[in-house]
Design a protein around this ligand. Structure first.
Ligand code: B1M
Length: 211
């Protein structure tokens, strides 16, 4: 349907106003909200995600595309609830205690929302207990930790330990990332997955929620 292609293309160009208008038009034309989400918004965001992974677009383009997606998604939210469209999964995300860097974490969040995941954003300077309590109380399938400082990445190990102590380690996956974090560090602390960028984090989270 051409209007869905228009939504996707305008989203990729970060044209938030146009996306909002087109989403409203699609709703008025009677296109189901789930289809507008999948074939318009999410399809556009997934193109941006791939281009970001391949260094064809950069942080500013992703931010404006995500803003456009949010504008359209706001119109769809009540309709999706009515249609009973299920989210792809539920995760919580935050930058670990002592760390105030949130640009990367926000990108990961946006990419995850772009894949249809429900994301609880705990913000920055998040204590290990807060990640674990949130996962427990909100039934999150994944805890996502971001760290940008070599002095704070160790907090991720505490998150893993607290999840074990709380008895939820077998129910929740733990994903880690951020500039100083590596695959071998993730393995060493007992996390489930390390991903180097926001787009692969979102792909990985969707996969983990599927199993
Ligand atoms: Co700070 N800072 N900073 N800083 N800062 C760095 C990280 C640093 C490398 C700069 C440097 O010295 N060259 C250095 C860390 C050195 C180290 O630990 N080895 C540093 C330092 C030292 C500090 C302070 C200590 C400085 C001081 O006060 N003396 C201080 C610490 C404050 C604190 O956190 N307690 C500090 C403060 C700040 C600002 C507040 C000024 C600001 C943050 C603003 C904000 O975030 N709202 C800031 C910034 C902007 C940076 C740099 C310049 C940029 C970071 C960034 O946003 N990158 C950074 C230097 C640099 O990287 N060039 C630096 C862009 C972002 C998109 O990338 O966050 O890596 P990134 O996210 C990527 C991936 O890593 C991945 O996906 C994202 C996109 O694909 N990813 C994940 C991130 N989280 C993930 C989670 C996942 C998966 C992937 O799964 C869950």
């Amino acid at each position: 349907m051409s209007i869905l292609i228009d939504i996707s293309e305008n989203l990729q160009k970060g044209r938030a106003k146009a996306v909002k208008q087109l989403v409203q038009q699609a709703i008025d034309e009677g296109i189901p909200a789930g289809q507008i989400l999948d074939e318009g918004l999410l399809s556009g965001m997934s193109v941006i995600g791939e281009k970001f992974k391949n260094n064809e677009v950069f942080v500013p383009e992703v931010l404006v595309a995500a803003r456009a997606m949010n504008m359209g998604a706001q119109l769809l939210k009540p309709l999706l609830a009515e249609e009973g469209v299920k989210s792809a999964g539920r995760v919580c995300i935050g930058t670990v205690k002592g760390d105030l860097h949130d640009i990367g974490k926000n990108l990961v969040k946006m990419m995850m929302e772009g894949k249809g995941l429900e994301v609880i954003d705990l913000g920055t300077d998040v204590a290990p207990e807060t990640f674990v309590e949130t996962a427990k109380n909100e039934n999150c399938q994944i805890i996502c930790c971001s760290a940008l400082l070599t002095t704070t990445m160790g907090v991720m190990e505490e998150v893993v330990q607290k999840a074990v102590e709380a008895g939820i380690r077998d129910k929740v996956k733990i994903m880690v990332g951020g500039a100083p974090v590596t695959e071998s560090f993730a393995k060493k602390i007992g996390a489930d997955k390390y991903t180097p960028d926001a787009a692969s984090a979102a792909d990985c989270a969707v996969e983990l929620c599927r199993v």
